[in-house]
Design a protein around this ligand. Structure first.
Ligand SMILES: *Cc1c(COP(=O)(O)O)cnc(C)c1O
Length: 400
């Protein structure tokens, strides 16, 4: 029995079966590379699902976390710390408008905070999009469209109305004077990297504001440099004109792998909570905040440009194979559709070939690699790609 098989058996005996059998048991990582329990090396093109912005074991992230933990690790929110305050200030300045921040430990919790914040408008209706993903807690799940995730847990909280993603007319019809907020992902991540028309977010903002509703952008997957801009809603390749959301939620990449989330609200929305309205024990702790500050520093050091350039190279390389019908996304959030619904086979074949990719739907492959991915990693992946499709049995033309 391989070492991996031994761990996999122990996993099944000790952990709840929420994720199915693990695809690999990993033991170490460096840059965009990881190693499994049997010593095999992989190029990690998923990055912990868009989380490991700086890859694995980045020296500046390791140093920031180590130093902070040696200095002051956890204090609770009865007290404040410099990293927490500095991080909030940095995020507000990246947003480029007056705002206030509530820190959490995950994306779902950031969305829970935002969901509660919208209730403070005195309204309860939320308009969300089909295909949207916002997390697995009861509130975040209420905002998530996938039936298979929702149905076992109904009734879910809230008055939530779903509209087709990217459809301005559908928003016009759904948003009314009872609407507290319109919630959209600038690019739908879990749906397989679905990009709306560039006028969608500006239209969503206009429609929301015409009815006194808030525009809430879930940038949990798209934020912090992922698309080659700090926030996807600031990326001119994705959005025509300027959008100033009332609420932005962040998590995944923000601290490069240390758990963190943030609910940021601009203008008056940032003052909707009163003392006692919301809380968290761990949220905003100094270690997570120090990690996030290190991520922001390194990303600011040229990684946005690198992300945009290397992402464009990957997209062009993948699209060159005729078995790929569409490649979408910006920067290092990339999705593609295959001619046949064989994405699970492609992900398995990629893993056999030493590349970790994700199959969010039967037709779609998603890549969300570390932003420190190198040109050599990209060369290796693109040259292996046709053989990966061969091994997965993806054939040109015939829709078998
Ligand atoms: C991952 C994700 C979430 C949930 O984040 P968790 O940290 O898993 O709770 C919410 N929204 C979007 C867009 C995500 O990609």
């Amino acid at each position: 029995m391989s070492i991996t098989a031994g761990w996999t058996e122990r996993y099944a005996g000790a952990l709840m079966n929420t994720f199915g059998a693990p695809k690999l048991v990993l033991t170490k990582g460096e840059g965009a590379h990881v190693w499994d329990a049997d010593g095999r090396e992989y190029v990690d093109l998923l990055g912990g699902i868009a989380v490991n912005v700086l890859g694995h074991g980045h020296p500046r992230l390791v140093a920031a976390v180590t130093e902070q933990l040696q200095t002051l690790g956890h204090i609770s929110n009865f007290f404040a710390s410099a990293p927490q305050i500095e991080l909030a200030e940095r995020l507000v300045s990246l947003l480029g408008t007056d705002a206030h921040v509530f820190f959490t430990n995950s994306g779902a919790e950031a969305n829970e905070a935002a969901f509660k914040l919208t209730r403070r408008t005195g309204r309860t209706k939320i308009v969300v999009t089909e295909g949207g993903f916002h997390g697995r807690t009861m509130g975040a799940l209420a905002l998530t469209s996938k039936l298979a995730y929702r149905e076992p847990f109904e009734p879910l909280p809230g008055e939530v109305v779903f509209v087709p993603f990217g459809d301005v007319a559908a928003l016009e019809a759904a948003v009314d004077d009872a609407t507290a907020a319109v919630l959209v992902e600038p690019v739908q991540g879990e749906a397989g990297v679905v990009v709306p028309p560039t006028d969608y977010l500006p239209a969503a903002q206009r429609i929301a504001h015409e009815h006194g509703a808030l525009l809430w952008l879930d940038e949990i997957q798209t934020g912090i440099g992922r698309t080659g801009a700090w926030f996807a809603h600031q990326n001119p390749a994705l959005v025509s004109g300027s959008v100033v959301p009332d609420i932005v939620t962040l998590a995944k990449g923000l601290a490069g792998g240390i758990p963190i989330g943030a609910c940021i609200a601009t203008g008056g929305s940032g003052k909707l909570f009163d003392p006692g309205n919301h809380g968290t024990t761990f949220g905003g702790n100094p270690v997570a905040a120090a990690a996030a500050l290190a991520v922001l520093d390194v990303v600011a050091d040229g990684l946005l440009e690198h992300t945009a350039a290397i992402g464009a190279r990957i997209k062009a390389g993948l699209a060159a194979d005729p078995r790929v019908v569409e490649v979408r996304g910006e920067g290092l959030l990339i999705g593609l559709d295959l001619v046949q619904p064989k994405s699970a086979d492609v992900a398995a074949a990629a893993q056999d070939a030493g590349f970790i990719v994700n199959a969010p739907t039967p037709e779609r492959i998603r890549l969300a690699p570390p932003l420190v991915l190198t040109d050599a990693d990209v060369d290796a992946f693109l040259s292996a790609w046709p053989a990966i499709l061969d091994a997965a049995g993806v054939t040109e033309g015939a829709n078998s």
